[in-house]
Design a protein around this ligand. Structure first.
Ligand code: ATP
Ligand code: MG
Length: 247
């Protein structure tokens, strides 16, 4: 379980998070939504120590990580892996070599062991058949899958995805959201997923948290989002479901 308690964060005069509290339960998939600049990335970066709160408290599996040092976070990142908004692969390495890299680096495995484990992770995201291709030889949607496989290498119990579907066409976006559901069902990993739209998450999310003006505007099930009467939520939901990008 992850608990954010009254998190405040400002950059200079700009208040980004103004008292955000939320809890992510074990085995669940929670989507954090909100428009661009709402503070979604800033919020989730607190989990891996890339952003530090001005005030408030964060607990990770009951442990208070609020005042963790860099070194403490290094250990925590094994339990909580992050797939970044602009995660990139090394162009000159094959897909399986890309996934093998953190296995060698963090687990001290031999190249052969690392490649073997990397193939297993690629199989988890249905990419086994393309393991020996170069990143340039596959499309954006498949590269994103490989980035997810790479984040899975240290068998984290928690995964944080920052906009995993941004830049993907609608078909690939739906596939990646389904993959997140599938990984959660198969491995029991707890997922926090940042997204700026609701297009394909209604069938995937267990819970949706909407950030607005530095606060949590709504924290509920997809059904509660659909039926909310809050005008800001309505605008978001109808824009996503009935807008030009709807499937
Ligand atoms: N390191 C930083 N220094 C200064 N300002 C920052 C920093 N990181 C984020 N911000 C500001 O905080 C605000 C929230 O940023 P954040 O990246 O969390 O938005 P977001 O909700 O993830 O948006 P998007 O959907 O565009 O990714 C933005 O105005 C951004 O410019
Ligand atoms: Mg962001």
């Amino acid at each position: 379980m992850i608990e954010f308690e009254d998190i405040h964060k400002a950059f200079g005069a700009q208040k980004v998070l103004d008292g955000v509290s939320l809890t992510v339960s074990q085995g669940r998939i929670v989507y954090i939504i909100g428009k661009s600049g709402a503070g979604k990335s800033v919020l989730v970066k607190h989990l891996v120590g890339l952003v530090r709160q001005d005030s408030g408290r964060i607990r990770f599996e009951g442990e208070d990580i609020t005042h963790f040092t860099e070194r403490d976070f290094f250990g925590l990142r094994r339990r909580c892996a992050m797939v970044f908004q602009h995660s990139t692969l090394f162009d000159s390495m094959t897909l399986v070599e890309n996934v093998a890299l953190p296995i060698r680096r963090h687990l001290g495995a031999t190249q052969r062991e690392a490649l073997e484990q990397a193939r297993e992770k690629l199989a988890l995201v249905d990419m086994a058949a393309l393991s020996d291709r170069l990143p340039a030889e596959v499309g954006d949607g498949l590269r994103k899958r490989v980035a997810i496989a790479r984040a899975l290498t240290l068998t984290p119990r928690y995964m944080v995805f920052d906009e995993p579907t941004t830049g993907l066409d609608p078909v690939n976006a739906v596939r990646v959201d389904r993959l997140i559901r599938d990984l959660s069902d198969r491995t029991g990993v707890t997922s926090v997923v940042v997204s700026h739209d609701l297009r394909s998450i209604f069938g995937v999310a267990d819970r949706i948290v909407m950030l607005y003006q530095g606060k949590v505007l709504l924290d509920g099930t997809p059904a509660e989002f659909r039926t909310s009467h809050d005008p800001v939520v309505r605008q978001f939901v109808t824009g996503a479901v009935e807008g030009p990008m709807a499937l």
